[in-house]
Write a protein that binds this ligand. Structure first.
Ligand SMILES: Cc1cc2nc3c(=O)[nH]c(=O)nc-3n(C[C@H](O)[C@H](O)[C@H](O)COP(=O)(O)OP(=O)(O)OC[C@H]3O[C@@H](n4cnc5c(N)ncnc54)[C@H](O)[C@@H]3O)c2cc1C
Length: 289
């Protein structure tokens, strides 16, 4: 039962709610219950239901939610977006997060204006119906969590606080070194990482940038999939970069724009988490009745 407080939903919003709810009830929730009993290695093994869910989600276009319309995205209103995310969370917080972050590198690339990057990663992702392209958002580090997000505080420009993962310009390429934490969702299965890292360490966290890094290259390695008490269907794990060379155009956000991006991403991620866990709370309430 859902105590529907907003009686003013439009037909479009009702249909977003019904369609997403059906997908959540029929696909996400049963798979999550099954994955909850498995080890983190079994969750991502060939033949695991996790892959089936990714494929079904991609076939229905759920991975394109954040993309511009020209790449198959749907321009949902903020309320429709909340409704969609809440229903995904009602079905499974694990998959709501996994499918949400999967689009990060491709969404950032789609807004870069760089045609090479769009051809290389965005168009293949927009046509993907088999979940061959899986993204992740690699921001957290073993030594940096909330402190990397303190926009608006003096600590944001404190030279003593910056990512340990760095990008150094060398000719036409960036050289990337460092590590992202075991919290990175899709960390051990992702093909591309939307990586927040330090470009100008002299400006502290404010000297950050965002790089789209393909993860199938020499010098990239992963940790073990993280073993957790909850959200066991959500793959998470470390990513290590050892002298990765990246074409300059893959740095889609430079330090001058980085604070605005952090501002926007915090708004997006915090609103997204609120919507997902409103869905989880609703599911718990229904279960308790
Ligand atoms: C399910 C899940 C999925 C995640 N997915 C991703 C992902 O896809 N990619 C990724 O990069 N990371 C991901 N994370 C990591 C997440 O973004 C970090 O956990 C978060 O930024 C907090 O960082 P931290 O864990 O290092 O905690 P810390 O920043 O060390 O905080 C520890 C405690 O200190 C408190 N605290 C921190 N700063 C202050 C302050 N200034 N004043 C008062 N109290 C403070 C916090 O509230 C908290 O209680 C995920 C985490 C979880 C649990």
């Amino acid at each position: 039962m859902y105590l529907d407080l907003n009686k003013e939903l439009t037909d479009e919003q009702k249909s977003v709610k019904e369609e997403t709810h059906r997908f959540a009830a029929e696909v996400l929730r049963p798979a999550s219950i099954e994955l909850d009993k498995l080890s983190p290695e079994e969750v991502i093994a060939d033949g695991s239901v996790m892959w089936e869910v990714f494929r079904k989600a991609y076939q229905q276009g759920h991975h394109l939610a954040g993309l511009p319309e020209q790449f198959g995205g749907v321009d949902l209103s903020p309320l429709s977006s909340h409704i969609r995310t809440e229903e995904m969370g009602w079905g499974s917080a694990d998959f709501a997060i996994a499918l949400g972050v999967s689009s990060f590198p491709f969404t950032f690339a789609s807004r870069s204006g760089n045609q090479d990057l769009i051809n290389d990663v965005v168009i293949p992702f927009s046509k993907d119906t088999e979940a061959k392209y899986i993204g992740c958002w690699a921001i957290t580090e073993p030594q940096h969590g909330s402190d990397a997000l303190l926009i608006g505080s003096k600590e944001f420009g404190d030279v003593n606080i910056s990512f340990d993962c760095t990008a150094r310009l060398d000719g036409d390429e960036y050289v990337i070194n460092g590590q992202k934490a075991a919290w990175v969702s899709n960390g051990t299965i992702a093909t591309h990482a939307c990586t927040f890292l330090s470009v100008d360490p002299g400006d502290g966290v404010a000297g950050g940038g965002v790089a789209i890094i393909p993860l199938d290259q020499p010098g990239v390695s992963r940790g073990k999939p993280l073993d957790k008490l909850g959200q066991r269907g959500l793959n998470q794990g470390e990513i290590f970069f050892d002298n990765i060379r990246l074409p300059k155009h893959c740095m889609v956000v430079q330090p001058a724009a980085y604070p605005f991006i952090i501002d926007g991403i915090l708004a997006l991620a915090n609103a997204g988490m609120s919507a997902i866990f409103t869905g989880v709370a609703r599911a718990a309430f229904e279960e308790a009745l």
